[in-house]
Design a protein around this ligand. Structure first.
Ligand SMILES: [Zn+2]
Ligand SMILES: [Zn+2]
Length: 386
């Protein structure tokens, strides 16, 4: 048996364990940065298959790094696990599958013969709440990694797509409370500051490049109509396909906030209320290898590359390491962050997709560790891009 056949049959041998694990995580959802049970199940599985485990990496209790070494030196490829759930809905984004696809691929590949280098599994908590991967990247957990991969469940098969960089800013306006009818001249209306901020940002929209998304809410706007609001706050998400351009937009928005404060006599301050994510820019060469493997596994309906308008902390990983973030189809008429999506992860179709994606991930890793020129080519291409 060659390595390719070996990896496929290893995933098939593991398939009942993988499906059981994915469903168990699906039925026991844990919120971002509190995924304690999930992490213990995933790392137990890896430990059983001779991976060395390090828990609580980068100061995050539910992050982990596991490694299997074929040799002391050589390339290191990483499979990324996500595993956090959504409030109320549970695993409506299907992260129960993501962790299991990655550990399944890693374990199957570790049984292959004649490879050099290491397989690393990185447990990435809290994707839905601002992003554990941001911290893991900043703390250097990816510094020795040559390529990073994960698969996200979806309603389509797609191997290449980009996402938007995001910055989450809260603007707080400070004014002066006063009786709104008895002595309005003594008040400074913080809510007016927020309203002028919205007006200014809406005027700014007209002069921004295509594909920018700005969306905000007023989360503090006063307590009662007969009191001039002394404190008001708006929270905004700013998004763009280009993280450099996003910085320009943020600077303009801060000027708008300064102007709004001056117009109304308020003081304004701002802070980032969630981690910022970079735009996702996968490695096309690596995505092509994954796509070739997915096709060999009899997947016909692979959608063309797409610009997507969400954001993910995988963006930060893709800026420092050649990465892929493909999608695997688990059902037709389903959308993410719903109960229906969660149910699809535990359906027959979801189980088949889990096994297929684990195979494609393992086979892609097998190519990378078998052919050093291929990985070098991917890394050179990554260095050259702007
Ligand atoms: Zn999600
Ligand atoms: Zn997700």
């Amino acid at each position: 048996m060659n390595n390719r056949e070996e990896v496929i049959s290893e995933i098939e041998r593991l398939s009942q364990d993988l499906i059981y694990l994915s469903d168990k995580i699906g039925q026991n959802p844990e919120l971002g940065f509190k995924e304690f049970k999930t992490v213990s199940w995933l790392t137990e599985f890896l430990f059983k298959h001779n991976f060395q485990i390090k828990k609580s990496v980068a100061g995050l209790e539910t992050a982990f790094r596991a490694e299997y070494k074929f040799s002391q030196s050589g390339p290191k490829i990483a499979y990324l696990c996500e595993y956090d759930a959504l409030p109320r809905i549970g695993h409506g984004c299907g992260h129960n599958m993501i962790g299991v696809m990655s550990v399944g691929a890693a374990v199957a590949l570790s049984k292959a013969k004649g490879l050099k280098g290491s397989i690393v599994v990185i447990g990435c908590p809290g994707e839905e709440v601002g992003g554990g991967k941001v911290r893991l990247v900043n703390e250097g957990i990816f510094d020795d990694i040559d390529a990073a991969m994960m698969v996200h469940p979806s309603n389509v098969n797609r191997t290449y797509s980009t996402s938007l960089a995001i910055e989450a800013l809260a603007f707080t306006f400070h004014g002066q409370t006063a009786h709104a009818a008895g002595s309005p001249e003594k008040g400074i209306n913080a809510l007016d500051g927020v309203i002028q901020l919205f007006n200014g940002i809406n005027a700014l929209r007209e002069h921004l490049k295509d594909g920018v998304r700005i969306h905000g809410i007023i989360n503090k706007g006063g307590e009662s109509p007969n009191v001039v609001p002394g404190l008001a706050e708006a929270r905004f998400y700013f998004r763009s396909h280009d993280k450099k351009y996003l910085k320009e937009i943020i600077n303009k928005a801060k000027n708008v906030a300064r102007g709004a404060a001056q117009m109304t006599g308020c003081e304004v301050e701002w802070n980032n209320f969630e981690e910022s994510n970079d735009n996702l820019k996968p490695s096309k060469k690596l995505a092509d290898i994954f796509e070739k493997e997915l096709k060999k596994l009899e997947t016909e309906d692979i959608m063309p590359p797409e610009k997507q308008y969400g954001s993910t902390d995988m963006g930060n990983v893709s800026q420092v390491v050649p990465s892929i973030h493909p999608f695997i189809k688990i059902g037709d008429d389903i959308t993410g962050h719903t109960v229906e999506f969660k149910e699809a992860t535990m359906s027959e179709k979801g189980h088949q997709a889990l096994i297929k994606a684990a195979k494609a991930l393992a086979l892609t890793g097998c190519e990378l560790l078998s052919d050093s020129k291929l990985l070098e080519d991917i890394k050179q291409d990554f260095k050259k891009r702007e």
